[in-house]
Design a protein around this ligand. Structure first.
Ligand code: MG
Length: 237
């Protein structure tokens, strides 16, 4: 017969609120801090898991364990598609911050790229080190939607990281939005987006809106600047 609360010893009362199942899966990290259950999307040796966002092969430059935007070759995207995910991306700005005429690159023109979750929702990549632009368009911004909490940008030439936790939007069978996408992001280990609600597909002009879609690729932006990437991995949630 079950004991009444009054008859229980403290340890018996404590047991009432213990939950033993399910047991979390064991995940280890390797010397590069890559979790054992992650899918590596780019390890510096090939562009095999990427393709042009339009069509054909990814034509970015593969060199010295990194891939670098080749201006005009277009965005690239993963061949695989993803929904809810934890994504790690490392990126580096060129040290060249002047154009061919020797003029300083400023604002959005200072080495722009971006990571698009599901090809639609951009977290901005920009050289925001001593470079003023609109706050909802600087590095770490959910572009034109959420200003980063802080500016954690490192100097050009230094490797930087994004750790992104993305919750995909949910649509019902009729294509009506049931819940908006959410994003948490750390820039160089510093929280810049704290579970923000994404208002719709990233737009340069005008208000964002949603239209129904399924799981989709991670897309990296060719904004005409030689931004480099390395060590990209994802954990599907
Ligand atoms: Mg961009």
């Amino acid at each position: 017969m079950a004991l009444t609360a009054a008859e229980m010893e403290p340890w018996q009362k404590a047991e009432v609120t213990e939950v033993w199942e399910p047991t979390p899966e064991i995940v280890t990290v390797d010397k590069n801090n890559i979790p054992s259950d992650a899918t590596v999307l780019f390890d510096g040796t090939s562009l095999n898991q990427w393709q042009s966002a339009k069509e054909g092969e990814a034509k970015w430059l593969l060199k010295d364990g990194a891939m670098t935007v080749v201006a005009g070759t277009g965005d690239i995207k993963t061949k695989a598609t993803f929904c809810d995910a934890q994504l790690h991306v490392e990126w580096k700005m060129p040290t060249q911050i002047t154009n061919e005429k020797g003029e300083l690159l400023t604002g959005q023109g200072r080495n722009n790229s971006g990571v698009f979750l599901q090809q639609r929702y951009e977290i901005q990549i920009l050289d925001s080190y001593n470079n003023k632009t609109y706050a909802n368009g600087q590095a770490g911004a959910v572009y034109k939607q959420h200003i980063p909490l802080v500016n954690a940008t490192k100097a050009p030439g230094e490797w930087q990281s994004y750790d992104i936790i993305f919750t995909a939007p949910v649509f019902d069978a009729a294509g009506k939005l049931k819940s908006k996408a959410k994003m948490t992001a750390l820039h160089n280990g510093v929280l810049v987006q704290n579970h923000v609600e994404i208002q719709g597909v990233t737009e340069w002009i005008g208000a964002p809106t949603y239209s129904a879609h399924g799981c989709d690729s991670i897309r990296l932006q060719d904004h005409g600047n030689p931004v480099s990437f390395r060590n990209i991995w994802i954990r599907e949630l």
